[in-house]
Structure formats: C-alpha cells, structure tokens
Design a protein around this ligand. Structure first.
Ligand code: FES
Length: 667
C-alpha cells in the first residue's frame, strides 16, 4: 500500500510536539517544520552549514497516528549532507532536516538540542530553575549576489531583501553601528566563496544589531549582579544557556561610602557628584566584561546582550541617573520598568549594537535585585505561602503566592556581614562559622572557614596552622548568639547573665565591668569572644528582618508561611535552623526552609536567556504590592517585639520540636 495519496502529498507528524500536516512530496523537513511552527533550529537557513536542524526519522507503523513511516519515505543523504557528515560528523540515525526531503508519510523526532526553545534543567537547589530558552537575539546566515552593473542595489537593500526571502524578516531596523560594519563584513565574507556571505544578529525579530563575515553560529550574553559591595557576572552562550565564565570584583564606589546610605549621603552632600559614582561602577562593569570574555576565550565583540540586576540605587547609578531622591520620602524611582539600554551608552566594551536589559525595580527600596530573586525563586508560580528574604545590609522581603505578592525592604545594617561585631570579620579562611556550646559544661566548640574539623577534634590545630582563628563571620555570630541563648547564657531579652550558671573560674567567661564576655577561642595572638554589644547588634539586625516579615504577614493576613528561601551571599552560608533559633525568620517546617544562593544573579541569568521570562517579571513586578517599612505605623511595635530571642510573643513550635529532636533544646 502506498503511503502517499494520489495528489502527491504525504502526512508528516513531528514529535514531541505532535504537530502534523500534509506536504507535497519533495518538501524538506525544515520547510515542513517552519510551515507547522515546529521548534526546529537553524542558523544557516537550510544550507547544510550549521547542523542545528538535526532530526531523527522514526520508522514503523504508528497506528494511533495512522502512519506507516518507512525508510524510503525520506530522501537518501545527498552529497551536501555527506560533506557535512564528513567534516562535522552526524550521530547515527540523525539527518539534516534541511537536506532531507519528504517522500512519504513520516514521523519525525526533533531532539532536544535541535529545538530553539530547549530546556535548561536545574541541576542543584541554588541553580537556575527549569527554564525554556526563548532567545532574545537570533543569528541568521545569508548568501547574496554581489553587485554588478546590472544590479546596483545598495548593500542594505540587498541584505534586507535576502533576510526577508530566506528568513521572513520584514521591516528590520538597522543599528547605525551595525550598518557601518555591513559593507566590510559582506566583502570579507567573499573570502568564504564567490557570493557575499554574512551572519546577522537580530534582536527581538525587529532590529539588526550586529553582523559578521561568513557563517557564525554562536553569540554570548552576560548576566550581571551589581551589588553595593561586589559586582559579579556570568558569561553564557545565548543558545544553550551554558555558563562559560563567572567572575566578580569589588564595587569601586566603596571609596564614596561603605554602604548604601553613606553613598546616598555622599551624593546629598556633594551636589552633582552622581556622574563620578556612575563612572566608577561603569568602569568596573567594563573590566568585568573584559575579564569574563578573556576567561571564556571569546572576543568581547561576540557579546551582544547583557542583563543587569541591582538595588534601586545601583540600578540608577549604572544608568547614569542621580538616585538622590531615593533617600527621601516618598522615595520615588526615576525608572521602574524593565528597560533595554544600548551597551555603548554604558561604555561597555562589547558589540556596540548590543543592549543591556535592566530588570524592573519594584519600589524605592526594592530593586531589580529583588525582581531577580522573584524570577529565580518564582513565588508567583506556587500556591504555597512563600517567603523569600535576600539578606544583606538591607533585607529585601517578598511574601505571597500566585495570587498575591507583597514586598518590603528593612534596614538590617552590616552586622550579618561581621561588621559592628567586636571580633567580626567577613567570611574568609580563619573565620569562625559554626558554634556549639555544651549545655552542661558551657564549653564551646566551633568550626572555621577552611577546615571541616570541629575545634575539639584531633587534627584541628594542624588543619588551621598558618591561617589560625581570626574572627567571627556573619553565620558564626548568628550561631554563637543562638547557642548562648539556648545554653542559658543570654536570656530572652538579649542580656548576658550568669544567674544559676557555674562560671566561677570558667575559662570561657571573662569579666568586663559589671558584665562579662564569652570567649570562644584564645591563642598567643588574640582572644575571639562575644561581647554584650555584639548580641545587641544581632538583635537589632534580626529584629529589622523579622519585623519586616511580620509586617508583610499581617498585611497578607497569614500567621504561617509554608516555605522560606534565604537568598544572598550571607543567606547561602547561614544555617537556617539557627536563623530561626534567633528569630531572624518565622517558625516553619525546617524541611521547607532553604538557602537560595545568589538568587538575584540567577534571576539575571534567566532573563538573559528568555524573552518570555522578561515579560513575566515585568508583569509580576507591576503587580507586587509595596509596603514601606519607614512609614508603617505598626513597624516600631513589631520591631520591639522581635528584639526578644526568638520573639516576645510569636510561638515557634516547629523549631522547638526540631531542637528537642536534635538534642539542642534550651537549657
Ligand atoms: Fe543549517 Fe540544516 S539548517 S544545517
């Protein structure tokens, strides 16, 4: 029985999409896929150059589809395809869709890597969420006739006509820098064989932004997180999402002030100084781009797209917008929507036709970094009451689910980063990061960054030789305060007290005036201890965070959260149980509390790879309700109640059960 009908057409079904249609015999698989809107990739437009159109013909009887798909229903591999196979190789069973003609009914599989909208699958908890790539920039290879006395069309007219004919790209705008490179690219492309040959990068299907001689099948993007302290970026292949290089550097604006408020103060006191801060951060971005391209071994000209997240002040300063008004009521943003800005307007040494897309800001204190966190942790896609806290010198807090999201920012100060703590330091080798205090002997043991051993384990002294024990980092001070409280040395009000404790001549208790300090470690060079003021500093910081959360929970009308994510560098190191034990976060099933790593940066990467994700986060951010802690009447009340360890009135039953089960219960 013939599988072709008398009119000379054949049925074709593409899998996994299931799209099907009837096509005249001789139609190529690529043509059929285009006609059906099947997701089959191509950069060369069907010239057997790119190899992106690979398909797998399925053979056999497909009763459900009413198709008998036989070997001879696809044309044999011709000389062009054989040449490709010889030079670049083709896996067994694979064919080039652009070279395979349909000669009878067929079922055709499109493998994942041949799909334009391929999946990026999450590999670990702090990795990018499962995502379908939806490219913002696409590459289009064209071959076009050279000018002659008979055909004197301009280069632009010539290539525009070819892009329309081969790719259906009508009405493209042309960036002037791209246009300036067109003629040299076309003429250099001649070297690849008789005709003009070039590859054009098109953004959003609307604008030609870059052109290269000959065939080019890959361009790159960089996702950047501009933090107050550090600027970090990932360089990714835009077609696969693969990260080829990651790097970070200090934000040179530090010379204008350590933290955000001191930089805003600098701006307020030095009128007209915003351009200085803008130049500093743009120069750092330029350096970062160069470093990343070098690490990835690519030409910076191949970078055509960036995405940028940052708090509102950083966001505005990178753009060259004076953020001074963000420090004054009513804290209005100048720009809040997701925005495309030419990279050349930011002084970045990448392809000048490229763009940087700034994620949207939510409010004066809740910026594009929070938008990145939302995109990464996706509270707007779940039915669970989800709390996401990006902990830094400010805590940006988002609460809600698919029907409603609310957000605020609360000033935690630098205590969680080890600043304002007597023996505090940044997270670095030698810093105490884990602390346990024996409930009976009141003796401590601890771990330092750079060693897996506890301080009372054999080999610890050798393991830390050289680096020593140098101080306490943010996660260490949280555990120290929590353990001091659980051991009965710090009461619920945060006071260090010795009532009922046997501390006479205890080596870890040191009198200080009418009070005492708790010594974690001493050696020939120094003593590392916790002073009453340190407990106070942590109480203030955690109270700011908790009261912001509580404010949002009350506005939401919920007494319980189902899931908590702690984001930010600090959030990645903190033990979530201890964060709960001091009352930094509300009571919750600890199995549902997780670190989200650098969620803002992950969000920037998602936006880099997906136009759909950009539209999604722009829409979600417009719907987020903002709560301004600075003017919320009840905030002070919340703050006072949250100063207690873990809280003056809120219960923590799930935490208590966990502490009991772990043998860490309160003394
Ligand atoms: Fe490029 Fe087939 S479309 S090789």
């Amino acid at each position: 029985m013939s599988n072709t009908d008398i009119t000379g057409t054949a049925k074709v079904v593409f899998m996994p999409s299931g799209r099907r249609g009837d096509f005249p015999l001789g139609t190529t698989v690529l043509e059929a896929s285009r006609a059906l809107g099947v997701d089959l990739d191509t950069v060369c437009g069907g010239r057997a150059v790119c190899g992106r159109c690979q398909i797998v013909p399925s053979h056999g009887e497909f009763a459900k589809l009413q198709i008998v798909s036989e070997h001879n229903h696809l044309s044999e591999s011709g000389p062009t395809e054989e040449k490709y196979k010889r030079i670049k190789g083709l896996k067994d069973g694979r064919r080039l869709g652009c070279q395979s003609q349909i000669l009878g009914d067929m079922v055709i599989d499109v493998p994942e890597e041949s799909q334009i909208h391929r999946q990026v699958v999450r590999k670990s908890a702090d990795e990018i969420r499962d995502l379908e790539i939806d490219p913002v920039v696409t590459l289009h290879y064209v071959e076009l006739p050279k000018p002659s006395m008979e055909d004197q069309r301009a280069d632009l007219e010539r290539i525009v006509a070819q892009l329309a004919q081969d790719w259906g790209l009508d009405g493209l705008a042309w960036d002037i820098q791209c246009l300036a490179r067109l003629s040299p690219a076309l003429r250099a492309g001649e070297a690849y064989g008789g005709e003009f040959k070039a590859t054009v990068a098109v953004r959003g299907g609307r604008e030609a932004i870059a052109v290269w001689p000959g065939f080019k099948d890959r361009v790159y993007g960089i996702a950047v997180d501009v933090g107050t302290t550090t600027v970090a970026g990932h360089l990714c292949a835009l077609d696969t999402g693969e990260v080829l290089a990651s790097s970070g550097m200090m934000n040179p604006q530090i010379r204008f002030g350590e933290d955000l408020m001191s930089r805003i103060s600098y701006l307020q006191q030095n009128e007209g100084s915003a351009p200085e801060l803008t130049s500093a951060v743009q120069a750092a971005l330029a350096d970062l781009v160069t470093v990343l391209a070098g690490e990835a071994g690519i030409d910076p000209q191949e970078v055509v797209e960036l995405t940028i997240v940052g708090n509102p002040t950083m966001h505005h300063l990178v753009l060259g917008i004076d953020p001074t008004q963000l420090g004054m009521e009513p804290f209005p943003l100048v720009l809040d929507q997701g925005s495309s800005i030419r990279v050349r307007d930011l002084g970045l040494p990448v392809n000048p036709g490229g763009y940087a897309w700034f994620l949207p800001c939510i409010a004066g204190h809740v910026g594009a970094d929070t938008a990145g966190v939302i995109l990464s942790q996706a509270p707007h896609l779940t039915g669970e009451m989800t709390l996401v806290i990006d902990v830094g010198t400010n805590a940006e807090i988002v609460l809600g689910h698919k029907d409603r999201l609310i957000a605020c920012s609360s000033p935690t100060g630098p205590a969680f980063e080890g600043a304002q703590i007597t023996c505090g330091q940044r997270a670095a080798p030698g810093a105490i990061e884990r602390v346990r205090i024996d409930r009976e002997t009141l003796k401590p043991r601890f771990k330092v960054i750079g060693s897996d051993l506890w301080s009372d384990e054999p080999g610890f002294a050798e393991a830390i030789e050289g680096a020593g024990v140098t101080g306490i980092c943010g996660s260490g001070i949280i555990e120290a305060v929590a353990e001091l409280h659980l051991a009965g040395i710090v009461d619920a009000s945060g006071r260090m007290q010795a009532k009922g404790l046997e501390i006479a001549d205890h080596p870890n208790f040191r009198a200080k005036g009418r009070n005492f300090e708790y010594v974690l470690h001493t050696d020939d060079e120094r003593a590392i201890y916790v002073a009453p003021g340190d407990v106070r500093a942590i109480q203030l910081a955690k109270s700011a965070c908790y009261s912001g959360t509580r404010l949002l929970m009350d506005r939401m009308g919920t007494a319980q959260v189902d899931r908590i994510y702690l984001a930010g560098a600090f959030g990645s190191y903190i033990d979530v149980a201890y964060a709960m034990a001091i009352g930094l976060i509300p009571d919750c099933d600890l199995a549902q509390v997780a670190s989200a790593g650098n969620a803002a940066g992950t969000g920037a990467r998602i936006a880099l790879l997906s136009a759909k994700a950009r539209a999604e986060i722009d829409r979600v951010c417009r719907q987020v309700e903002k709560v301004e802690t600075a003017i919320a009447e009840d905030f002070q009340e919340y703050f006072v109640a949250a100063m207690s360890l873990p809280h003056a009135s809120d219960p923590f039953p799930q935490l208590e059960a966990w502490l009991e089960a772990e043998g860490l219960a309160r003394r």
